[in-house]
Design a protein around this ligand. Structure first.
Ligand code: PLP
Length: 360
C-alpha cells in the first residue's frame, strides 16, 4: 500500500515530542529522572482538577458533551465574553488544524516565523498548504519581515506570543502596527499558550483585537493549569466565524474527563498563583546561575529558557540524559547550538545547573 501514501505524508518530518520520563528510565536504567523538556507544569496538575477526574471516572461509558456546554460557559464568563466566541479543542494543537481546515483552500499559503512552534509547519504540511517562514530578528518574531512574505494567496499568519522556543514576545505597538497593515483577507492567529507567565507591561492581550480585525486567539490548559495529558485548548474569535470552526472539528474532540478537569481547574486560582510564583522565582534562579557560569541565554517571558550552549545540542542533550536530566535539543528548530530548558521546581532547577556544570 505504500505507493498509495500521499506525497506530503511521505516527506513529512513528524513532530518529535520531549523524551518521556518513563522511556528514559527504561532505556538508561536510571531511577531518578527529571523532565524539563516540554514546558509542562512542574507542580503537577491542579488538585481541584484531579478531584474532578476521580469523580467523573465512572461516567466514561458515556460520550462526552459534544458542545462542552458547561466548560464553554465557564471559560466565557472568565473572559467576559459570550460562549459563542469559543471553539474548544483536543489541545490547541487540534485547533491549529481546524483553523487550516476551516479557512484555507488548496492554493492558499500560510506565514509564520522560523524557530517557532513546529506544529504550524507540520500541520500545514499534512494539510498540503504552503508555509512561508520569515527569519527571526534577535530571537524575536520580525513582523515587518512577516508582512513582507504576505501575498494575495496568504490566508493565515501564525504568531506564537510569547514564542516557543525563544521565550520572546511581540509587544503591543508591534502587533497594532502589524494589524493596521494587515490585508482584509488574512487571519492573524495569536497563540498565547504561555499567557499566565507574562511579567511585562507592554504585552498585548490578543482578546482586545478579536472584534477589530481578523484575529483568532489560542489558549491552552496544557501549561499553567497542568493538564497537558488531558488535551484541552480553545480558540477565541468572532461568533460568525467560530460557528464554522465548530462545523469542521470532530464531534467529541474534548473528552469527558478533560471537560470536568478543565472546569474545575478554572476555579483553582490558588494553584495558578502558586505555579506563576514558582516559575518566576525559578527563572530568577536560573538566570543568576547561568550568568555566574557565563552561559548566554535569551531572556524569556514564558516558563522556559533558550540556552546558548555553543556546541552541538544533540550531543549535549545526550550528555544531560546520562545524568537523568531531559532537556529539549533545538536541532529540529534549526538552532543547533541551543537547548531549551523548562523552568522546574527549585530542586529540579538546582539539579539542572549541577549537571550543566559537570558537562561544560
Ligand atoms: C505548548 C504549546 C501549545 C499547546 O498545545 P496543546 O495542544 O494545547 O497542548 C500551543 N502553542 C504553543 C506555542 C505551545 O508552546
Amino acid at each position: 500500500m505504500e505507493n498509495l501514501v500521499r506525497r506530503n505524508i511521505k516527506e513529512l518530518t513528524p513532530y518529535m515530542p520531549g523524551k518521556p520520563i518513563e522511556e528514559t528510565r527504561r532505556e538508561l536504567g536510571l531511577k531518578e529522572v527529571i523532565k524539563l523538556a516540554s514546558n509542562e507544569n512542574p507542580l503537577g496538575a491542579s488538585p481541584k482538577a484531579c478531584q474532578a477526574i476521580k469523580k467523573a471516572a465512572s461516567s466514561v461509558n458515556r460520550y462526552p458533551d459534544s458542545s462542552s456546554f458547561y466548560l464553554k460557559r465557564k471559560i466565557a464568563d472568565s473572559l467576559l465574553l459570550s460562549p459563542d466566541t469559543l471553539v474548544l479543542g483536543n489541545g490547541s494543537d487540534e485547533l491549529i488544524e481546524v483553523i487550516l481546515k476551516t479557512f484555507t483552500e488548496e492554493d492558499d499559503n500560510i506565514v509564520t516565523s522560523q524557530a517557532s512552534f513546529l506544529e504550524y509547519e507540520i500541520i500545514s504540511e499534512i494539510c498540503a498548504r504552503k508555509l512561508k517562514k520569515a527569519p527571526l530578528k534577535d530571537f524575536r518574531y520580525d513582523l515587518k519581515a512577516i508582512r513582507g512574505l504576505i501575498d494575495e494567496k496568504t490566508k493565515v499568519v501564525f504568531v506564537a506570543n510569547p514564542n516557543n522556543p525563544t521565550g520572546t514576545y511581540v509587544n503591543r505597538n508591534e502587533i497594532e502596527e502589524f494589524l493596521s497593515g494587515l490585508p482584509e483577507g488574512v487571519i492573524l492567529v495569536l497563540d498565547e499558550a504561555y499567557d499566565t507567565f507574562i511579567d511585562v507591561e507592554d504585552f498585548p492581550r490578543g482578546l482586545d483585537y478579536i472584534f477589530k480585525k481578523n484575529v483568532i486567539v489560542l489558549k491552552t490548559f496544557s501549561k499553567a493549569y497542568g493538564l497537558a495529558g488531558l488535551r484541552v485548548g480553545y480558540a477565541v474569535l468572532r461568533p460568525e466565524a467560530a460557528r464554522y470552526m465548530e462545523k469542521a472539528r470532530q464531534p467529541f474532540n474534548v473528552n469527558l474527563l478533560a471537560q470536568q478537569a478543565a472546569f474545575a481547574a478554572l476555579d483553582d486560582r490558588k494553584f495558578l498563583n502558586k505555579t506563576r510564583e514558582a516559575v518566576l522565582k525559578g527563572k530568577e534562579y536560573l538566570y543568576t546561575q547561568l550568568k555566574k557560569l557565563n552561559i548566554d541565554f535569551v531572556p524569556s517571558v514564558a516558563n522556559f529558557i533558550l540556552v546558548d550552549i555553543k556546541k552541538d545540542c544533540l550531543e549535549f542533550f545526550k550528555e544531560m540524559l546520562k545524568y537523568g536530566v531531559i532537556v529539549r535539543d533545538m536541532s529540529q528548530y534549526g538552532l543547533n547550538n541551543f537547548i531549551r530548558v523548562t523552568i522546574g521546581t527549585a530542586r529540579e532547577n538546582k539539579r539542572f545547573i549541577e549537571v550543566l556544570k559537570k558537562i561544560l
